[in-house]
Design a protein around this ligand. Structure first.
Ligand SMILES: [Fe+2]
Length: 204
């Protein structure tokens, strides 16, 4: 019997319902949560080694979700949009995402994609953009985020970060890993981002 991820989806939904943000609640309300499951083969990645530390850093309201995620990590189908030629080997060894639902995730949804992103410590995710609108909620703090032409700003766990269509954004982790929840809507849901930054960005 393949692992059932219904409870993980329930906790994902429950966490989002508790986020105090009109933008997030609008997104949650538009999602049809009764989604059919999609059978995907387990695909663990190297970045999963950061999940234990990320669990310790997670605020109480996200703990139930992250705890189950950590428990089921090796059964889930983790993905990478980039390859070593994009951002180098250190990035690839410290990066991965889980599509909870969407056009290729564990539950089928053709209108909205959502999931969780992991980045290890001291990683630069250079400037990139995409057509889809994106809502990020970091579940661990301490990462610097940048949007548009602005500078890097440290964001706390639970903050809501909104990237409108095609705006550049970048992340720079510090001494701790980043675990972040994301929602993509209003554009191609499996599109590879357009990269405009370099791995040197933010250093120096
Ligand atoms: Fe993005």
């Amino acid at each position: 019997m393949p692992t059932n991820f219904d409870e993980l989806l329930d906790r994902f939904h429950a966490y989002l319902r508790g986020v105090d943000s009109a933008l997030v609640q609008d997104a949650v309300a538009r999602i049809g949560w009764n989604m059919p499951a999609r059978a995907l083969a387990p695909r663990p990645l190297g970045c999963l080694r950061h999940l234990d530390r990320a669990t310790e850093l997670t605020p109480p309201d996200a703990r139930a979700l992250v705890h189950l995620l950590a428990q089921q990590r090796d059964e889930l189908h983790w993905g990478q949009t980039y390859s070593e030629s994009d951002f180098g080997k250190a990035f690839i060894d410290n990066y991965g995402w889980l599509e909870m639902f969407g056009t290729r995730g564990h539950f089928v949804n053709d209108a909205v994609a959502a999931g969780l992103l992991i980045l290890g410590p001291d990683i630069v995710y250079p400037d990139h953009h995409h057509v889809a609108e994106e809502i990020y909620i970091p579940l661990t703090g301490g990462t610097d985020w940048r949007m548009g032409e602005g500078g890097f700003r440290k964001r706390q766990a639970g903050e809501v970060i909104h990237h409108v269509s095609n705006v550049n954004h970048a992340m720079l982790t510090g001494s701790e890993p980043l675990l972040a929840l994301y929602i993509w809507r209003g554009g191609p849901l499996a599109q590879k981002s357009t990269i405009t930054g370099t791995a040197m960005q933010g250093r120096g």
